[in-house]
Write a new protein. Structure first.
Lengths: 284, 314
């Protein structure tokens, strides 16, 4: 294992299986100076007190009414909100851009916890399609199963499902970590560009299809590999990271990570070249 | 985008009309151009129940034309005459709407192909369903509107499937609405959410084999496809598994028979399905809120995986 204390930040990342390429062009565009980050605030965010707790029964509310009430409660400084009777409603808990402890006593429908940046969310139930889409930061834990497109296009944060998930988990993800305690469906990691997916169970067909970058770890059987997804060596630092991550995620702490498979992009499809489709077919 | 829902009680009967109405109404945002029910009621199993229409409820984009009630009356008389010619005795007759009828008939022959061909040789007449338990009811509007119009709320049975339709590739009318009867098989029905991309190739091949299509709706292909497989000796489950490769496109569909309910999901898993399964009840729908309409308490549900086929018995 590389001595991570004595290597540069960039080399450390590479030793852990991340970012082995150097991107150029638009993806390196700087939008603001990180040193000034503390001066940046989203419009409509709140300073909340985690010790200030309340319940919110959304049984007879529409999604819009429920989200507006969550916003009102955050505005009053409530930092811990328990949502009662979500009953599979769609699009609840979306657009939260500050720290918050959000607990759902039940299941969510589609597009729950969408476009969030910062909250810690626990769902004592299942979630439908596209849970936590576009998550920027924070932690989302689902106690049961999840539908398809779990964690689509997330940029950061930890997204944890203790049960099984549907197809296209982590589609188009650009960062962050997705951890699945059970099985995952077809096209997991489809077109992912950054970040890591950990699946403790089996995974369906076309794993990592057309992935640009990022890493997928699988503990069970793989239905089939997608186009340009290839095996990579599971390093000691990978295993250490997996152990830490699974422990922090409170899932699979005793899982034997040494037997996991590591899948990365072969990068033959990567960074579109000048080949004609017929030439590309031959190259692959 | 359409929504589908289905449920099966195992070992008991329930008000499946009411339950399915609740499930489909919860999915009305997925489409309310038309709604259809395939209900498997408790019967003594002696007589056939034939649901048929003698005219069309014409909506936007339909290729049918609106007609006078007198035309419907003429067609009904012709149906009655043909039934008498074939030795079928009408035991009970209901005419819910001018174009929609329900007959209970005594008919001893098992082969329904000749029977159906004869009835449907009358222009404008379509058998919506034929079976000892199955009743297909479909019309324009959302689930509650159709349920109220046809008094489905009190129907007691073991299982049911239904469809809330957003018309896309064909017009708004009854002939394009789901469920589709698995013509000419007794008590077989199908609902579908998705798009089939090899519809015309399959349709031409099946028509060459003598199978019948009543609409231009791609979903009808599934019913005909499965009917043809069963005609050739395949079991329902075998036919469904073959459909995963025989049908191209994206789809989740349900199929029901007199004593079973099945689901199939394409290999891309592109269409949604949430499933709840317990010892005495299986309920499934395009969205969890459909299941919640009959099971509001916290339950364990899951999404079936890609290429999955499941069949449950009553």
């Amino acid at each position: 294992m590389a001595n991570l204390k004595n290597v540069t930040k960039k080399t450390k990342a590479q030793a852990m299986g991340m970012h082995t390429e150097v991107l150029t062009g638009r993806t390196q565009q700087k939008f603001f100076n990180p040193d000034e980050a503390e001066n940046f605030y989203y419009f409509g965010t709140y300073d909340v007190d985690f010790n200030k707790r309340t319940d919110l029964d959304v049984k007879d509310m529409t999604a819009a009414e429920a989200n507006k009430e969550i916003d009102n409660l955050m505005g009053q400084g409530y930092g811990t909100i328990v949502i009662k009777n979500p009953q599979g409603k769609h699009s609840i808990g979306v657009g939260i851009l500050n720290k918050l402890n959000l607990i759902f006593e039940g299941s969510l429908g589609y597009f729950g916890i969408g476009s969030c940046d910062g909250p810690t969310v626990r769902i004592n139930g299942r979630v439908g399609w596209s849970c936590a889409e576009n998550l920027m930061a924070g932690k989302v834990v689902i106690e049961k199963n999840a539908g398809s497109c779990f964690g689509a296009a997330i940029r950061g944060g930890d997204l944890i499902c203790k049960g099984s998930v549907g197809a296209r988990t982590g589609i188009d993800m650009k960062g962050g970590t997705i951890i699945i305690g059970g099985d995952a469906g077809a096209f997991t990691g489809f077109m992912m560009q950054r970040g890591r997916i950990i699946i403790l169970g089996d995974v369906g067909i076309n794993l990592g299809d057309s992935m640009y970058d990022g890493t997928i770890f699988v503990g069970g059987e793989i239905g089939s590999y997608g186009s340009d997804a290839v095996d990579a060596e599971l390093t000691k630092s990978d295993q250490d990271w997996l152990k830490r991550k699974l422990k922090v995620a409170e899932i699979g702490e005793n899982f034997d990570v040494s037997k996991m498979k590591k899948i990365v992009a072969g990068k033959k499809l990567w960074n579109y070249d000048n080949l004609e489709p017929t030439e590309k077919k031959g190259a692959i | 985008m359409c929504g589908i829902a289905g449920l099966i009680h195992r070992g008991k009967s329930s008000k499946v009309g009411h339950e399915l109405q609740g499930m489909l109404q919860a999915l009305k945002h997925r489409g309310e151009d038309s709604t259809g029910y395939a209900l498997y009621g408790d019967t003594d199993g002696k007589n056939f129940i034939m649901r048929f229409k003698v005219g069309e409820n014409v909506g936007e984009g339909s290729t049918s034309i609106a007609e006078d009630v007198s035309v419907y009356d003429e067609r009904k008389k012709m149906v009655d005459n043909y039934l008498a010619e074939m030795g079928a005795k009408i035991v009970k007759e209901e005419r819910t709407l001018p174009y929609s009828l329900r007959y209970e008939i005594q008919y001893d022959k098992k082969d329904l192909l000749e029977f159906s061909q004869k009835i449907e040789s009358i222009p404008g007449v379509e058998i919506l369903s034929m079976g000892k338990s199955l009743e297909v009811i479909k019309d324009l509007g959302n689930a509650k509107m159709v349920c109220d119009r046809y008094n489905l709320d009190k129907l007691v049975g073991t299982h049911a499937i239904g469809h809330a339709r957003m018309a896309t590739e064909s017009g708004v009318d009854i002939k394009s609405a789901h469920p589709f009867w698995g013509y000419p098989f007794s008590d077989v029905s199908v609902v579908h959410n998705g798009q089939l991309t090899n519809y015309w190739n399959n349709r031409r091949a099946l028509e060459n084999k003598g199978m019948r299509f009543m609409s231009e709706c791609d979903s009808e292909l599934i019913a005909v496809y499965l009917a043809e497989k069963m005609r050739d000796g395949a079991s329902l489950e075998e036919g469904m598994k073959e459909s995963l490769t025989g049908l191209d496109g994206v789809f989740t569909y349900f199929v029901a028979t007199k004593d079973s309910l099945g689901m199939a999901k394409d290999t891309m898993a592109a269409k949604p399905l949430v499933l709840y399964e317990s010892d005495d009840l299986v309920a499934m729908g395009s969205e969890e809120i459909a299941i919640r309409s009959i099971l509001p308490q916290e339950i364990d549900t899951y999404d079936p995986f890609d290429g999955e086929v499941k069949v449950w018995q009553i």
